[in-house]
Design a protein. Structure first.
Length: 237
């Protein structure tokens, strides 16, 4: 979607120092002309950056860069955004190690979260996602095969969300998440390089399309020292 392209370009400019930290960003009218789009598209792109804590918008004064927003090496996840791991780490080299990949009948619990019958087959795959060759997260995912056809090991070694949007023309709308800390399991220790006394941060997620249909039920087990949740509360007055 165009607003995503614009938000990514503005984000890149901020990260690269193209925009001065002590000056407001170009106004909406200038951005509309530059990107040849509607004002609503520009507003939505800026809203994405504001939700990530990268900029804040002050009525009557413009849009300003949050100067501390790029001073951490953690994975930043906003509480109201739905992004795949590759998008979150778009400035890094992301690779995937496929642990397992099957097509199975869902359990009653999985079928319930995906709002499907227990007769509907699902993909079940486990991947280790690495950033610059360093393991960050183990993902275990269930997806209905009729809704997301064509998943293969090749797709799983790249971005599944990009495949869905670019190849299948699907639009990802949002997700519901539960976040908790757990003690590292044997698999966490082996794949993420943790000790038995170290924790992992677990994100349990149901993601859905813009039609409201659930397409994913997943668990992401993150290294505790590579991940943080970011919430943003800005007084624009």
């Amino acid at each position: 979607m165009k607003y995503q392209v614009i938000s990514e370009e503005i984000r890149h400019r901020i990260e690269s120092g193209f925009y001065p930290l002590d000056q407001p960003l170009p106004d909406e009218h200038s951005l509309v002309e530059e990107f040849s789009c509607s004002r609503m598209t520009v507003k939505r792109a800026l809203d994405v950056l504001a939700s990530e804590g990268i900029v804040f918008r002050k009525r009557g004064h413009g849009t300003f860069i949050v100067q501390s927003s790029f001073q951490s090496d953690y994975i930043h996840v906003g509480t109201n955004e739905t992004l795949g791991f590759t998008s979150l780490m778009k400035e890094k080299q992301v690779t995937s190690k496929l642990i397992s990949f099957d097509m199975i009948a869902p359990t009653a619990e999985v079928a319930s979260y995906l709002a499907i019958s227990e007769d509907t087959p699902v993909y079940h795959h486990i991947r280790v996602r690495c950033v610059d060759d360093n393991p960050h997260v183990i993902e275990e995912t269930y997806m209905p095969t009729p809704l997301i056809p064509g998943i293969t090991p090749t797709v799983l070694h790249n971005s599944v969300y990009a495949y869905m949007e670019k190849e299948l023309g699907l639009k990802i709308a949002g997700s519901r998440r539960r976040i908790r800390a757990e003690q590292a399991t044997a698999q966490d220790m082996e794949e993420l390089g943790l000790s038995e006394n170290e924790p992992v941060l677990v994100i349990e997620q149901v993601a859905y399309l813009n039609t409201g249909i659930a397409f994913e039920y997943s668990f992401a087990r993150h290294r505790f020292d590579k991940f943080e949740i970011t919430t943003v509360n800005i007084n624009a007055k």
